[in-house]
Design a protein around this ligand. Sequence first.
Ligand SMILES: [Mg+2]
Length: 254
Amino acid sequence: MRIELYAPEHPLYTLGAPSPRSELFFAMITTVVFDLDDTLYDEIDYCRSGFAAVSEHLSHLSDATPPDRVFAVLWKHFTAGNRTRVFNAALDELDVPWDENLINRLVDAYRTHVPTITLPPETRSVLDELRKSHVLALLTDGFLPAQKLKVRALGIEPDFKAIVYTEELGREFWKPSPRGFELLLETLDVAAGETAYVGDNEIKDFIAPNELGFTTIQILHPARLHVGGSDLPNAAARHKIHEIGHLPALLRQL
Ligand SMILES: [Mg+2]
């Protein structure tokens, strides 16, 4: 479906993200591209699942430390805001001697575990509704195979006509690189002006799609991990909603 109207004085015209065609046209949104973490499900559930897997792994290596105790210490450091050295801090507290090799093994256990996460019912119903009227796609940063294992655990692969794992293009193509977005437009043969990107993280999610001319939408889940804003021009999403259930109504207004 491809609908274009010549309507330079239409009130929606001013809401459109800049694109070469927006001076003469505005286009209906035909394609919706989603971010994964903290957009389709709460990422903190994945973190909880990952730390549980690491706890099991470590308790096998160090059988004096029961997994429940390891998990409690890991979770304490994580929820206190430690995002870069959780394992080191927890091992220190547990009096488990560690070296970089052990840390790497735990990081690997975290990234390769089969996650216990489920798709929220609200997300399921939004995807089911939008699939009837839009082409859906996914673009996600992050380490492989973690991202693929998340997609499989959530059971969402069949919802999308295309999925871009930016890691497969190379680390330098993680957001805010435009490469993954450009690849999606080529793959789906759709114009940026007809496409929306739905994400959560103002630091990196919306810069490239804003510059390419996508309509950008931020979902502000209360439990999201990345709550920081950005001063960069073009970093903010054009539209903001507080739950994914509001997305279909917003798309109808655009
Ligand atoms: Mg995200």
